[in-house]
Design a protein around this ligand. Structure first.
Ligand code: THU
Length: 161
């Protein structure tokens, strides 16, 4: 039997002011994107903002549906929009923001499994990592180095080649 450790270092910024100006701006764009959220069922607005290698910022927000599974998370709305509008342009960081009106969230919300799988495809396609910034309210920011780190042993196109 062999063992292989798979893990990553999560960077936590208790004080968001420690982040670079660009990262703070991207988180602000994700926060602003929550205004487009359609979340009458969960009442959990989420905003996402993606910076592309060319400098464009593409946003997304969660879009729910009376048939619950037909809705889509903010991250996929953003990354699919980026793929459709700027095909093949590498994605730099992705910021995800959730409000925290009642102060009940003690850590940022992390992308769901389906979003990780969708995002992994883009990481594979651009042959480079997509850094992720996560924040709830004005709280600490979590920084993850890549989607692969969040989805070790994910299913990628290599399985189909
Ligand atoms: N949601 C996102 O948009 N992104 C996440 O990272 C987690 C969950 C949405 C899906 C649904 O509209 C609501 O949040 C509650 O699950």
């Amino acid at each position: 039997m062999q063992k292989k450790h798979i893990g990553f270092d999560l960077n936590i910024y208790p004080d968001p002011a420690e982040l670079s100006g660009d990262d703070r701006a991207l988180l602000a764009a994700a926060r602003e994107a929550t205004s487009g959220s359609y979340s009458p069922y969960s009442k959990f607005p989420v905003g996402a903002a993606i910076e592309l290698a060319t400098g464009e910022v593409v946003i997304g927000s969660n879009q729910e549906n009376a048939s619950y599974p037909s809705g889509l998370c903010a991250e996929r709305v953003a990354v699919f929009q980026a793929g459709a509008r700027f095909p093949g342009t590498p994605v730099r960081p992705l910021a995800v923001y959730v409000g925290n009106p009642g102060g009940s969230l003690h850590k940022p919300a992390a992308p769901c499994g389906n979003c990780r799988q969708s995002l992994l495809e883009y990481e594979h396609r651009q042959e480079g990592p997509i850094r992720i910034l996560l924040q709830a309210g004005g709280g600490a920011v979590y920084e993850c180095p890549s989607i692969r780190a969040l989805l070790p042993l994910g299913f990628d196109p290599e399985f189909l080649s």
